[in-house]
Design a binder for this molecule. Sequence first.
Ligand code: HXC
Length: 331
Amino acid sequence: MSKQQPHEFLSPVWRDGIFRGRVVFVTGGAGDICSAQTRALVYLGADACIIGRKVEKTEAAAIDIAKVRKGARVIGIGNVDVRNFESLQKAADRCVAELGSIDFVIAGAAGNFISSIAGLSPNAFKAVMDIDTIGTFNTIKATIDHLIKSATAHVSPNAENLPPGGRFIAVSATFHYTGVPMQSHAAAAKAGVDSLVNSVALEYGPYGVMANVIAPGPIEGTEGMDRLGSSGFGENVVTDEKGQQLRPSVRGGSPSIPSGRWGTVRDIADATVYLFSAAADNVNGHVLVVDGGAWRRQGGFLSAGDNPALQYPGFLLAGAASSRKKTASKI
Ligand code: HXC
């Protein structure tokens, strides 16, 4: 049995086998969000190839994901850095050689940490731009010919209700919609990702490839939020004038988020299934934000939490620069 139960990575609305015969190639596929996306697709019939920098972590994730469906084929290819085009291309070639095709791609590899511009070296900014933006470009370049082939072979809709092919999703973020302190690097990098996908939609749409973005908000239980979440996205308590705790929303959760809760990996997996399914045959160049409306209030991020040390702009004026452990002024 896989580490996760189906209800943890997929809502119960999808039909079994809707991705049968299709192969998904996923960068960052061992990570919390992308492994759930992959798990959902595999559960619904796809085979998968997941790519990552860490060999053991990537191979172990592939083995675990394969357990969600009898007969699933899931390959984990470690030691692949999306900043290195050649290693990515080799991985794509291996995926096609072993699994037969690449029908869907998820560009999910990302790097992030909390730092102000003052705390960022030029190399730190470049590292995140390279992983997120250049890495997404490299992923497109390494897989686009396979996606065109798949889109040509699996035109959708079709009378047989066979699954589509030739779909691309980049996993982005929402920081750049408003600007978020301590995230200049990730915001710039994800703005670049969104822009790139616009061009893919325009240039490859005529070949049948549908390219879209999923922009998750804060997702509970992920490495990203463990690193970034010590802030106003969180569970700050709201009280009345007598100090009585007020119920922040009907879901009882997070007052900073209009929907009242943090996102889950299942939210993102469901969005992925939608965009790769025949239901999204004519959705191209779209950004699907899955965050409960959080970005509309994200001035609160790193500014309105209950931790006084994180009140904007006090923490900046006090000289806080970076979450890097060796930095004295630690966030
Ligand atoms: C300031 C930092 C830093 C920090 C690293 N650097 N951490 N600067 N504050 N906290 C600097 C380093 O000093 C170095 O600059 C430069 O960044 C590159 O660091 P390296 O460790 O040499 O690079 P590398 O090994 O390639 O690591 C890349 C990384 C790292 C991005 C820095 O954090 C990483 O590998 N992350 C991958 C996993 C990850 O981040 N997952 C979370 C993704 S969540 P100098 O000048 O010293 O050479 C996400 C979305 C979250 O992306 C959405 C939430 C809503």
